[in-house]
Design a protein around this ligand. Sequence first.
Ligand code: 1CP
Length: 381
Amino acid sequence: MAVMTNKAFEPQIDVAASRRRANHDAPFLAAARGEKPSRRPVWMMRQAGRSLPEYRKVREGIPMLDSCFMPELLAEITMQPVRRHDADAAILFSDIVVPLKAAGVDIDIVPGRGPVMAEAVRTPQQIAALPEVQREQLEPIAQGISHVLEELRDDQVLIGFAGAPFTLASYLVEGGPSKNHETTKALMYSQPDMWHALMRELTPTITRFLQMQLEAGVDAIQLFDSWAGYLTARDYREFVGPYSKQIFDAVRPYGVPMIHFGVGTGELLGDMAIAGPDVVGVDWRVPMDLAAERVTAALADANPGLAPSERAKALQGNLDPAVLFAGPDAIRAHVTRICAEADRAVKRGLARGHIFNLGHGVLPSTEPDAVTRAFEEVHNL
Ligand code: 1CP
């Protein structure tokens, strides 16, 4: 069926309210914009939390979702990996379910498991009853962002984020983490109207979560569609991509780099680029130069009028998180290979720049020193 736009969804853009800093020389921003960075920027998904002893110490006795609403604590956790690893970007310590929690949805993060719903969302009534988050409900996070910005150096950036509608919907429909996302897909295939209604309910809340972060001063945003890789390109185009595109369209006026990432999305890279980000995140399964070819080919196909330079996006990625367990020689070899692949794409005009990252998040048992070493290798190249 055709995707209906939500008539009630008219995002209130307040670019003037943004408290962004003037950090134009930050390597992250240069790479994202296709300028030459003073060094290759690097940060890692899930760099905050999990693997760090200093994180486990400050979180002791505090439930995960409570910590996301404590301004000083969330700022401290956001800064820990930046101090330890000399990262070029901080990623806001939060979670993709935070806007739902803030809006009053009964959801918790269960240690060792992840987000779990008190009640899975599977009926039209439950979908219609999903609350839309209000700006005031997110105030502690805006305060936390201010604290982070006070501590970051001018050449470091703060990345805000949100979960994309599909990935968020998966937690709601399944009721928690899922291996195969079968209930979610069953809803999508058997009751498409209900699926689209769910997407339309989630899109404004996700947009508002990002707007709050942008107005509080984040320098870039990342839309995590972590589980989109479970879909075919055809399904992605019909059921998912249009809503992620609405979100990118809504926050583009803030003028900060926008990143789009999902796991196992080698077959979707082109469609995820078409949704409208400036930077495409690549998981570790696809070499960076091949990823660049897929992105530019899809954009050229979708819009034959685009100049070749407009087709090239910046790329982010793509070290396999498992390599961090393989010792210094393997880390150096893989970092060198990935940077060479990305540089090749840039030289051929297929990518605007490279932001080094993992192909997915830092695994909880990763040795923090291995992470520091990988950051050094990237900076020393
Ligand atoms: O008690 C704890 O420490 C809980 C573990 C934890 C942490 C540290 C969860 C539960 N979330 C987070 C923080 C978090 N979540 C961050 C900030 C930290 C950083 O990146 O450095 C971010 C960006 C997220 C985003 C997130 N949450 C995603 C998208 C990123 C990805 O990994 O693909 C997803 C899918 C979630 C859901 C989630 N939250 C937590 C867990 C364990 C999970 C995954 C569960 C599953 O497998 O479905």
